[in-house]
Every structure is written in C-alpha cells, then in structure tokens.
Design a protein around this ligand. Structure first.
Ligand SMILES: [Zn+2]
Length: 79
C-alpha cells in the first residue's frame, strides 16, 4: 500500500475530491484518432475533471506516435 497523496488532494477547479479511477482518453494525431481505454487517472468526484500522471502521459504519447507511424485513422486500444 503506497500512499499517493497527490491523487487524493482536492480539485483545483471546484474543490471537490479527486479519486483514482479509469478514464477513456482521446488522442488526436495528424493521421487520425486514437481512443485509449482504461487509462488510470485521478477523477474529480464533483466536476469530473481528469488528471493523468507524467508516466501515463508518456505512454499515451508513445501510443499516439506508433498509431501515426502505422497511419491509423481510427483505433480503439486499451492501455
Ligand atoms: Zn472538480
């Protein structure tokens, strides 16, 4: 059990509580659209705003680059 205080802090937008959850992320590239499911994120229980950490953002970027190289126009993947 590691304590991840940041994810349990308050939402800077509305002051609601952030909770760890999974979100669906849409990445747009020059060639098309990539939908990434099951992305771990902190989600505000009040306004629904989502935050992903730097590692997750890097993974998404990598997926988007690969999709772009393969000239994917539309794809749904799970992280
Ligand atoms: Zn909020």
């Amino acid at each position: 059990m590691n304590k991840r205080k940041n994810e349990e802090s308050l939402c800077p937008l509305c002051g609601g509580k952030k909770k760890p959850g999974k979100v669906t992320y849409t990445v747009e590239s020059e060639s098309g659209l990539l939908i990434v499911r099951e992305v771990p994120a902190a989600v505000c229980s009040q306004c629904g705003e989502e935050w992903i950490d730097a590692d997750t953002a890097k993974s998404l970027e990598k997926l988007a680059n690969e999709a772009h190289k393969r000239k994917v126009q539309f794809e749904v993947v799970t992280l």
